[in-house]
Design a protein around this ligand. Sequence first.
Ligand SMILES: CC(C)(COP(=O)(O)OP(=O)(O)OC[C@H]1O[C@@H](n2cnc3c(N)ncnc32)[C@H](O)[C@@H]1OP(=O)(O)O)[C@@H](O)C(=O)NCCC(=O)NCCS
Length: 165
Amino acid sequence: MALEPFEIRPGRDDDRLPLAILFATIAEERDGIAAEPPVDVERRAARWNLDGMFVASAGDEIIGWIDVDRSYHGYGEIGMAIAREWRGRGVGSALLEAAIAWAHECGLHKLSLSVFPHNTAGIALYRKHGFVEEGRRAKQLRRANGQLWDLVDMGLLLSCQDVEP
Ligand SMILES: CC(C)(COP(=O)(O)OP(=O)(O)OC[C@H]1O[C@@H](n2cnc3c(N)ncnc32)[C@H](O)[C@@H]1OP(=O)(O)O)[C@@H](O)C(=O)NCCC(=O)NCCS
C-alpha cells in the first residue's frame, strides 16, 4: 500500500479545534498521554500555546502534533501524539526532528519529557533521537481507575556549554 503523504508545519490558530479533538480521541486510549476523558474540547482548544507547536497534516486532516513548552530556564518540555491509524509511518520522527531543530534555533540547551514506562513505542522513538533516561518518578500519576503510574524522565542535551559559577 502506498503511503499517503504528510507534511510537518508550525501550528496555526485554525488548528486549535482539530488538535483538541485529536487530543480527546487519544485521551480515550488511556494509555500514552496523561490526559483521560472527559476532555473539555473547547477549553483544550483555547489552551494550546502555538509557540513551539508543530503539526503533522495529511490533506485537510491534523494527524499529529508536538509541542515544546519553553521554560525561562533554557530548556523545553515536550508533549506529542500521533493519530492511531498514522503510527509507525515516521510521523513521530518527523515531528521530533522539527522540534529539535526549532529548539536549536531558539538556543534552548535541553529538551525534556516524561513517558509512561510501558510506552515502548515512545521510549524507542525518543532513544532513537538521542534522548536518555534520567530518572523515574514512582507512582507519580493517579489514573481515573485509581492506579498510580510511574513516569520515566528523559532528556536530550542540545548544548553542553556551561559557565563556572
Ligand atoms: C509514541 C508515538 C508518538 C510514536 O510516533 P510514531 O509516528 O508511531 O513513530 P515513528 O513511526 O516515527 O517511529 C519512530 C521510531 O519509534 C520507534 N517505534 C515506533 N513505533 C514503535 C513500536 N510500536 N514499537 C517499538 N518501537 C516503535 C522505532 O524506533 C521507530 O523507528 P524505526 O521506524 O526506524 O524502527 C506514537 O506511538 C503515539 O502517538 N502514541 C500515543 C501517544 C503517546 O504515547 N505519546 C507520547 C507520550 S510521551
